[in-house]
Design a protein around this ligand. Structure first.
Ligand code: NAP
Length: 274
């Protein structure tokens, strides 16, 4: 039975992962900004198994809350076996239209909050001689998507930190890996920090949004591949550095980019992205 801490459990992947790890018999600390408004599924689970499933308050951008949450887990369970940095936020907008403050919010949520949690759990995991840190990145970690520069940059950075950290920590028995989902239908678009396009970008942004809305509308409802990837990332004896889930649909991105500007003008070729 592992002690599993998951961020961003109010909906989507985080909620589903919390349920799946609890189903396996793990002790689960499902963190979310507002435990009082947790989904019914998690409230019922925590009520039925109060010694094993805990709903804990955590805004990943709040340093005091991060420290208090980790201290609470250690006080209650004495260890942390798996940390899943799942909380994240999306954003669309032309770079010039996205205020610096918003770019920083993206990075606080998608990168710096997760990195600080890693910094806080590593001493415990090293002392245990084991641990698994799973960062939920995105296919956006590999794609350079216009009108999503803040999101792509934050996920690229998280992917790079994950792979580099894994080399540093694996000799301690601590593996740092990522789950890398493609598009799935969750609350992410509704919670996205989008910025309206200014006149210079209006036409291209409208074209992009039409195509990207289509991609999101066709995204699968069934998020089990992401949950299965997280379970594998947590339990494989020799984990992969990256666990892709549902990335087969991303071949549709080049046509979206093509619709905005011819490939040769934006230096992108259908054979792949670099
Ligand atoms: N869905 C996709 O297509 C997709 C694809 C690739 C990667 N991802 C990644 O998957 C992860 C989960 O997203 P999802 O698709 O499951 O979307 P979701 O349903 O919107 O879940 C995102 C979760 O992150 C939480 N969150 C956002 N900012 C937070 C903060 N400052 N502190 C604590 N929690 C915060 C949200 O909580 P609130 O309810 O409080 O906002 C929510 O629980 C994200 O990292 C996302 O980037 C999603």
């Amino acid at each position: 039975m592992a002690v599993v801490v998951i961020t961003g459990c109010s909906s989507g992947f985080g909620e589903a992962m919390a349920l799946a790890f609890a189903e396996r018999g793990d002790q689960v600390v499902a963190t979310l900004r507002k435990p009082a408004s947790a989904p019914d599924s998690l409230k019922a689970l925590a009520a039925a198994r109060p010694d094993e499933v805990v709903l804990a308050a955590l805004d990943v951008t709040d340093a005091d809350m991060r420290t208090a949450m980790i201290a609470r887990v250690i006080a209650q369970f004495g260890r942390i076996d798996v940390l899943i940095n799942n909380a994240g936020v999306g954003a669309r907008g032309a770079f010039e239209d996205v205020p610096d403050s918003q770019f920083r919010t993206m990075f606080e949520t998608n990168l710096f909050g997760p990195l600080d949690l890693i910094r806080q759990v590593l001493p415990h995991m090293r002392a245990q001689g084991s641990g698994r840190i799973i960062n939920v990145t995105s296919v956006a970690a590999f794609m350079k998507t216009p009108f999503m520069s803040a999101y792509c940059a934050s996920k690229h950075a998280l992917d790079a930190a994950t792979a580099a950290l894994n080399i540093e920590t694996r000799s301690f028995g601590v593996h740092v890996v990522s789950v890398m989902p493609g598009p799935f239908k969750t609350a992410l678009p509704q919670k996205s920090l989008d910025c309206p396009a200014s006149p210079a970008y209006a036409a291209a942004a409208a074209q992009f949004n039409r195509n990207f809305d289509g991609l999101e509308a066709r995204a699968p409802d069934d998020i089990r591949p992401v949950v299965e990837a997280a379970l594998a990332a947590a339990t494989d004896a020799q984990p992969q550095v990256r666990y892709p889930a549902g990335i087969d649909v991303v071949h549709i991105l080049p046509p979206i980019l093509q619709a905005i500007a011819p490939m040769e003008k934006i230096g992108l070729h259908l054979t792949g992205q670099d």
